[in-house]
Design a protein around this ligand. Structure first.
Ligand code: FAD
Length: 393
């Protein structure tokens, strides 16, 4: 059978969500021969208008060997390209209240975690997905509801404000913490579900690059560390960016942040708890970031099972949102894709067989059913463990 004929016969996977996990899942399944449609509620991240919005809020992330191994298993060439944009962090730098810094290496043999721009990673994965002929990307398309038994979903095209029904063979939910796929799954499976907001929120602050005697930008802190200012119930962290700035994240209880009303209150709090960071952030810049950047909640979500029969599975934050204190949320989401890929291969799931018709209510694909069941069974314990470790941390 020619490649073209094979593609015609291949079944359609719908991936809901074009975040990093959705993109990697799409690339993985397309490489296995499935036809993949990705539906993403937001506009294309690569458009200049979206980039401007993303620049306002540029979370950078720590990618560890868990995430790198997953990326490499699915797309080694892309992984090598992403690595040109990362900054290795070989340890933590603890900043005490007097401004002393103490380096704590992560590993005696020099293993590191890596700071990567979340938007750049997502854009890179979108580029990879766009270049694969059997992947189609639909932006501004929001999934509204799913009929798993009939294998169809209702999608709203927010460009034209029209709704339509779309058939799928397999649905992958990669639509983040407030997942519609998970909520729809709850209607058909007996899902154990736990959601917890912690009393803390986070706000992003930008530490600009400094300037050397030749007018060239320089890092104001050691770039090969993840900087932490621990202050009991709150803390500030800073991760380096390629442009020599740092993205800082302040984590603090809502009640503490609520007290910071007005410029003087914010500055005096920073002078008390983060005097060295305040010098580097700059007072005006800090006040500007405080006024401009939103405070966001932190949520932890556990669910089981992650799948329904032979037709749906949730991955990434839609299955396991975790608080970010272990820096493993995305790493685990990428690992989900690697684990799923291994099980699909192990069970011999093929994108063209067995011959069935869309709309069948009964279980039709035993191999796919086995792969998805094993995914839930083998993955759940590990994911709960990491969610709890993150919370304890
Ligand atoms: P998302 O990135 O949330 O993507 C979901 C996509 O689905 C979105 O694009 C959304 O628009 C789309 N969508 C939602 N609903 C619909 C719908 N109905 N129809 C169509 N599309 C829809 N992780 C790490 O590994 N390391 C770190 O250092 C780290 N630091 C973090 C720091 C902070 C402050 C926070 C908050 C998180 C951090 N994380 C970290 C976690 C990481 O950001 C997430 O785990 C990761 O972004 C999840 O990716 P995802 O693709 O599963 O979901």
């Amino acid at each position: 059978m020619s490649q073209h004929q094979q593609a015609d016969k291949a079944r359609t996977v719908i991936v809901v969500g074009a975040g990093p996990v959705g993109c990697l899942a799409a690339i993985c399944l397309a490489k296995m021969g499935w036809n993949v449609d990705i539906y993403e509620a937001r506009p294309d991240l690569r458009l200049p208008s979206s980039k401007a919005a993303a620049q306002q809020r540029s979370i950078n992330l720590a990618i560890s060997s868990r995430g790198i191994t997953a990326l490499h298993a699915i797309d080694p060439a892309a992984t090598a390209r992403f690595f040109q944009t990362v900054i290795p962090m070989c340890g933590r730098m603890i900043h005490d209240i007097r401004g002393n810094q103490q380096s704590q290496q992560y590993d005696k043999d020099g293993q590191c975690i890596n700071s990567i721009d979340r938007a750049l990673l997502n854009e890179g994965l979108l580029e990879e997905a766009s270049a694969i002929p059997n992947i189609r990307l639909f932006f501004n398309h929001k999934v509204l509801s799913i009929d798993f038994d009939n294998r169809t979903m209702v999608i709203r095209d927010t460009n034209s404000e029209t709704e339509f029904r779309k058939a799928f063979y397999l649905c992958i939910g990669a639509d983040g913490s407030y997942s519609i796929v998970r909520r729809q799954l709850m209607r058909v499976v007996r899902m154990n579900f736990q959601q917890e907001y912690i009393p803390h929120e986070y706000i992003e602050l930008k530490m600009p690059a400094g300037c050397d005697e030749h007018g060239q930008p320089v890092f104001l802190l050691d770039p090969n560390h993840l900087h932490i200012w621990p202050r009991h119930s709150f803390m500030l962290i800073a991760l380096p960016n390629k442009d020599k700035s740092f993205t800082c994240t302040l984590f603090a209880p809502t009640v503490e942040l609520d007290r910071l009303i007005g410029c003087e209150a914010i500055l005096s709090w920073f002078r008390t708890y983060f005097p060295d960071a305040l010098l580097l952030l700059g007072e005006d810049k800090l006040l500007n970031d405080f006024a401009k950047n939103t405070r966001s909640p932190l949520i932890s979500i556990k669910a089981k099972p992650y799948h329904y029969k032979d037709r749906c599975v949730i991955l990434g934050d839609s299955a396991h949102s975790m608080v970010p204190f272990y820096g493993q949320g995305l790493n685990c989401g990428l690992e989900d894709v690697r684990v799923l890929q291994a099980l699909l291969l192990q069970e011999g799931v093929a994108p063209c067989s067995p011959p069935t018709h869309l709309g069948e209510r009964e279980l039709t694909d035993t191999k796919l059913f086995n792969a998805l069941s094993k995914y839930t069974e083998t993955r759940h314990e590990d994911l709960v463990a990491i969610c709890e470790l993150a919370m304890d941390n």
